[in-house]
Write a protein that binds this ligand. Structure first.
Ligand code: DUC
Ligand code: ZN
Ligand code: ZN
Ligand code: ZN
Length: 490
């Protein structure tokens, strides 16, 4: 047989195995993973010598906001499907799950799905799927969950805060109850909206408008309370949930306690909770706006340490980027500083909540040299695929089953470099990680057998439109654990 691609002499790392294997690719799929040297003499259209480097399943980033209208502040997201997925592959991520947002004024989720498909179609460099954001949980939306599953959508996101998005507790129960019937995983933005609004009002009365007050207005207790409430609802309905973007170790403790009781509670964290702190919001002028996201970066090293431990001990299922990009100071486009006549120096409450990070997620985490390599693959690729119904097509290197999606790293000892925004491929005028020393960056990214990122030879060599929509199936990780009562009785 003639193969399409051979990847030879690398150290192959998956979530479950590390070894010196050679990989053969045919028709976009992994055809063989065999001991080093076994493919000698095989013919192939292309060969990559990965000598000294690591070969991993392509990154799966299950939390990316692209081409969304203003929902987290006054601006639309700066990246569309073209620029966002371009940025993904340049950072080693071959699959993104983005959001199909529903406006409160729109009763139908299927209508939102269709509109989001139109924005993504023929524009993507990486493969992609969508989570539906449910902000209008009326009867129409709930009645469409079964049709969403048919359309390949097996997850939703709901919000416990933000005027434009927040669901009331009874609506959350409506969503969870139907999600259980349809085997849908519900992602929860767990912050108490009332605590946030109340605190913002107090800060405004005192005329405290600097970016650092964003952190004051989103205190840990808002996250901790809402996390516990979401866990309680999940246990009551007996349905899996995933708490997104967990920043607080105390919230993580509620999550691991629930997991120890056998509840189907999963959790996500993000690089901003490993590398940024509240001090990054407290910079001269409005510079701190660059690090405004929700929940905010927390106090300091102990918090980072708690979150790293949660990754190591399995409390966190996934490490996603929560790439939610806004331009800092371009007056033409959506922007991160909103200057108004009333607030000539800006006001934290109008800073859109979110940071770019789809391109830096893998390299930041690998450069930190903290997680064991298999754990790194598990939380940045395999678990996202399992949790959201893409496994083993994605997140694995199983011959005959997995797509040939690979992230190939430089040999150990790659020259360190200083990260600069101009190196990145997003449509954002800053990175919160400007000036950091990075120890790793992907040498190649391969998507379904095609080299789409070749750092030393053309850089971005993938084609817009090569990325495909992925219909997702039921989660192979999450399910109800036990029914203490018959859910049909309700
Ligand atoms: N939640 C997100 O998931 N992303 C950006 C802002 C937010 O609150
Ligand atoms: Zn959120
Ligand atoms: Zn730290
Ligand atoms: Zn998000």
């Amino acid at each position: 047989a003639e193969y399409d691609l051979l990847v030879l002499n690398g150290l192959v790392v998956t979530d479950s195995e590390t070894g010196e294997f050679d990989i053969a690719v045919k028709d976009g799929k992994i055809a063989k993973v065999v001991p080093r040297g076994s493919l000698a003499g095989e013919k192939s259209k292309k060969t990559i010598d990965a000598q000294g480097g690591m070969v991993m399943p392509g990154g799966v980033d299950a939390h990316v906001h692209l081409d969304e209208p203003p929902l987290f502040g006054k601006s639309a997201t700066a990246d569309n499907y073209e620029t966002g997925t371009r940025s993904a592959i340049a950072g080693g991520t071959t699959t993104v799950i983005t959001f199909a947002p529903q406006h409160k004024s729109e009763p139908s989720l299927l209508a939102c799905l269709e509109a989001t498909h139109a924005r993504a179609k023929d524009n993507c460099y990486s493969d992609y799927s969508f989570h539906l954001i449910c902000s209008n949980a009326g009867p129409k939306a709930i009645s469409e969950f079964a049709a969403l599953r048919e359309a390949g959508i097996s997850s939703l996101k709901i919000y416990m805060t933000y005027e434009a998005l927040q669901l009331q507790d009874s609506e959350i129960l409506d969503v969870l109850f139907e999600a259980r019937k349809q085997k849908i995983v519900t992602m929860v933005h767990a912050e108490n909206g009332a605590i946030i609004d109340w605190t913002i009002k107090r800060l405004e009365e005192k005329k405290l408008f600097a970016p650092k007050y964003h952190a004051t207005s989103h205190p840990p207790v808002a996250e901790i309370e809402a996390t516990y409430r979401a866990i309680s609802f999940s246990g009551f309905i007996d349905v899996p949930i995933l708490i997104v973007h967990v920043s607080s170790p105390a919230a993580a403790k509620h999550i691991s306690d629930a997991q120890k009781k056998g509840l189907p509670v999963y959790a996500e964290t993000c690089p901003q909770y490993l590398f940024l702190t509240r001090k990054d919001l407290d910079q001269p002028g409005f510079e701190g706006a660059k690090c405004v996201c929700s929940p905010p970066p927390r106090e300091g090293e102990q918090d980072h340490e708690g979150i790293w431990r949660g990754l190591e001990d399995g409390t966190f299922t996934v490490l996603s980027s929560d790439h939610c990009p806004f331009i800092y100071d371009d007056p033409e486009k959506g922007k991160k500083i909103v200057i108004t006549p009333e607030y000539p120096n800006g006001h934290f409450r109008y800073i859109p909540n979110g940071c770019p990070g789809v391109e830096t997620r893998l390299s930041l985490a690998l450069s930190a040299n903290r997680l064991k390599l298999q754990k790194f693959v598990e939380v940045t690729s395999t678990n996202a695929a399992k949790l959201y119904g893409l496994y083993p097509k994605k997140g694995a290197l199983i011959p005959g089953e997995s797509d040939a999606d690979l992230t190939i790293w430089y040999p150990e000892g790659m020259k360190e470099f200083v990260l600069k925004n101009e190196m990145l491929h997003h449509n954002v005028d800053y990175t919160p990680y400007e000036g950091r020393t990075m120890k790793q960056w992907p040498r190649y990214t391969v998507l379904r057998g095609e080299v789409v990122w070749d750092k030393d030879n053309g850089g971005l060599v993938g084609k817009k439109g090569y990325g495909q929509f992925l219909k997702r199936d039921v989660s192979t990780l999450a399910g109800s654990k036990k029914a203490e009562w018959n859910v049909e009785d309700f």
